[in-house]
Design a protein around this ligand. Structure first.
Ligand code: SAM
Ligand code: DTB
Ligand code: SF4
Length: 335
């Protein structure tokens, strides 16, 4: 049985990452089977609750105010509308609902109070509630926890070395501080990154090294392929090959055996066979629903078919020790 370790060296990760692709997949599939049910895949739904107009300069992001993209700016959605979408997501088979806001950071204002209400509402539906709202303090994290927040997504995005090429308006340490605040509030940590932003293999390895050597591994690690959006500085980045996604997923699986490794943005450009290789290599979570935050994602019916063909079953929602039985949740996916 492979150990859970927080003292990985760059050389060790590099050796895994650079191993021949079929050996890498085999090793990752083996580790995955030692620690997880390989048929189980977590189904999460994203909703952008506040869209666009963001003051940050993340080079990949269509929601940054300074780039001219087709994203329509929208203030914080009404709570009832968000709860309606959460219910739709639950009925479509999702057990985690993640609300995203195009904010630099959480502010202690009325909008945050409304997000806390949204968290309470979604949590009471028996779904795992996740938010991604930018930077936050430990006090704000605790308020979210008290409202019923299960997980918080805050990505490292890339390596510390490549970071300055991508974002100048906040630092890598700011990101690590936010992750610490989330951890201290006993909220499940969701943190990963994006490939295809012009980074080198060493940057991908460096990002994994930072994630794996956090005091505790993140419970979820999203691996996104860049969605190049017209108007952003990264609009012309070439598409990453599926083998690079697999390499990243497999390495994450081997070094973080128990984490949920999420095959995140980029699925819309992958066929079922390519996604199957990602699941074989240890991916065990996806975003479902025809939209990510602002860009397209595969249709629910396509995913339902994929779950049937690949014999995948949606993972149950957990709330601490109290498991919510998936059978209680009507689901068109995989059932
Ligand atoms: N504003 C908050 C923040 O930056 O933390 C939350 C929302 S932000 C859109 C969440 C994450 O989405 C980013 O950290 C990034 O990893 C991912 N993301 C944004 N645009 C993307 C794109 N075009 N392709 C792939 N991933 C993207
Ligand atoms: C993550 O790692 N990927 C999601 C979620 N966390 C918030 C976001 C992907 C966004 C892709 C571009 C868009 O749809 O705007
Ligand atoms: Fe703003 Fe988040 Fe987009 Fe960066 S990733 S521009 S912080 S919405």
């Amino acid at each position: 049985m492979s150990d859970i370790r927080n003292n990985w060296t760059r050389e060790e990760i590099s050796e895994i990452y650079n191993s021949p692709i079929l050996d890498l997949i085999y090793k990752a599939a083996t580790v995955h089977r030692e620690h997880n049910d390989p048929q189980e895949v977590q189904v999460c739904t994203l909703l952008s609750v506040k869209t666009g107009g963001c003051p940050e300069d993340c080079a990949y992001c269509p929601q940054a105010a300074r780039y001219h993209t087709d994203v329509k700016v929208h203030k914080l959605l009404p709570t009832q509308e968000v709860l309606g979408k959460a219910l739709e997501a639950k009925e479509a088979g999702s057990t985690r609902f993640c609300m995203g806001a195009a904010w630099r950071e959480v502010r202690d204002n009325k909008d945050f109070d409304r997000v806390l209400d949204m968290v309470k509402g979604v949590s009471s539906m028996g779904m795992e509630v996740c938010c991604t709202l930018g930077m936050l303090t430990e006090e704000q994290a605790k308020k979210l926890k008290d409202a019923g927040l299960y997980a918080y997504n805050h990505n490292l995005d890339t390596s510390e070395e490549h970071y300055d090429e991508i974002i100048s308006t906040r630092t890598y340490d700011d990101r690590l501080d936010t992750l610490e605040h989330v951890r201290n509030a006993e909220i499940s940590v969701c943190s990963g990154g994006i490939i295809g932003m012009g980074e080198g293999h060493d940057d991908r390895i460096g990002m994994l090294l930072t994630l794996v050597n956090l005091p505790e591994h993140p419970e979820s690690v999203p691996v996104n392929a860049l969605v190049p959006v017209d108007g952003t500085p990264l609009e012309d980045q070439p598409r990453v090959s599926v083998w690079e996604m697999i390499r990243m997923i497999a390495t994450a699986r081997i070094i973080m055996p128990k984490a949920m490794v999420r095959l995140s943005a980029g699925r819309v450009r992958m066929n079922m066979e390519e996604q199957a290789l990602c699941f074989l290599a240890g991916a065990n979570s996806i975003f479902a629903g025809d939209k990510l935050l602002t860009t397209p994602n595969p249709e629910v019916v396509e995913d339902k078919e994929m779950f049937q063909v690949l014999n995948l079953k949606p993972r149950e929602a957990y709330k601490g020790a109290a498991a919510v039985k998936f059978e209680q949740i009507p689901s068109p996916i995989g059932n």
